[in-house]
Write a new protein. Structure first.
Length: 289
């Protein structure tokens, strides 16, 4: 049963929808009232019986909230006691949807421990988030729940469905990101997080790559990207196209062209970076044309 406040006068009020049958008190107790009932007996006639009122026994749900069973017209329904108390004793002019326990004990249904609130307020009140985190620490997230959440957020279920950034918002985002780059620590953290995970270009990452203008061979796109300070994807793109990357020309070692000087010249020409060529490359290319 709910905890009762010391030296507090217990006041009883009818439960809406069960007037004359059940009452709830400001201390969090629920009782039935004396009443006459009619029962159909086996002879087809009704017999009348007087039920004596009593304090109802309660139970707790999976979250620890106190529940009570109320019967009417042959139907039994279960109610949360803290909501019955709040509905009877606490005004709710803003029509707030939830009731919060101030001391975070779900079994303490004294009216002084309750307050109407919003969903967001209730979900982040006190130590709730810390308690949930501690309770779920080390437990895998259920795959069925993850799939259901993912499915529920598809299409119109996604809160961002049909919404787009205004041009002004896009401009602000662009301005805020201008000139910003990932720090070496952030890049290293991403690399560590992806280490050992399968990727679509895993085979390409272990294919030897040569930087033609520096005459350096790398064991794969990852080591080449670390040397050049770019992503593996940028190195792979440069190896597959006539272009340069960070002022350098990369090719797969198995595809090194016969005329290296001419190929380097073409890559720089395609990228519009003539000034990055060393004079020996430029002179050699011009002599060959």
């Amino acid at each position: 049963m709910a905890e009762r406040m010391i030296d507090m006068e217990e006041i009883w009020k009818d439960i809406p929808g069960y007037e004359g049958m059940y009452q709830v008190s400001n201390t969090g107790q629920v009782r039935s009232l004396d009443r006459e009932i009619s029962q159909l007996n086996r002879w087809g006639s009704y017999s009348h019986k007087t039920l004596k009122g009593r304090i109802l026994s309660s139970s707790s749900d999976d979250d620890g909230y106190t529940t009570v069973a109320l019967s009417k017209g042959g139907q039994t329904k279960y109610y949360l006691v803290h909501r019955l108390v709040a509905q009877a004793f606490l005004p709710n002019p803003d029509n707030l949807p939830q009731v919060n326990h101030k001391d975070e004990h779900p079994c303490n249904n004294n009216v002084n421990n309750l307050e109407w609130c919003t969903f967001e307020y209730n979900m982040t009140y006190g130590t709730r988030l810390q308690r949930i985190s501690a309770a779920n620490k080390g437990k895998p997230f259920p795959k069925e729940l993850a799939a259901a959440m993912s499915e529920s957020r598809k299409g119109s279920g996604n809160p961002m469905y049909g919404k787009h950034h205004s041009e002004e918002a896009k401009k602000k985002i662009s301005e805020s990101l201008k000139g910003k780059k990932r720090s070496p620590e952030a890049i290293d953290n991403v690399r560590k997080a992806l280490l050992g995970k399968p990727t679509w270009n895993k085979g390409l990452q272990t294919t030897p790559i040569t930087c033609l203008d520096e005459n350096i061979e790398f064991e794969g796109s990852r080591s080449a990207s670390e040397w050049a300070g770019v992503t593996s994807s940028a190195i792979i793109y440069a190896c597959s196209h006539v272009s340069c990357c960070k002022g350098h020309v990369f090719v797969y070692s198995k595809n090194i062209p016969e005329d290296v000087a001419q190929y380097v010249y073409e890559c720089y020409k395609h990228s519009g970076r003539y000034k990055d060529l060393e004079m020996k490359w430029l002179d050699k290319c011009q002599n060959n044309t």
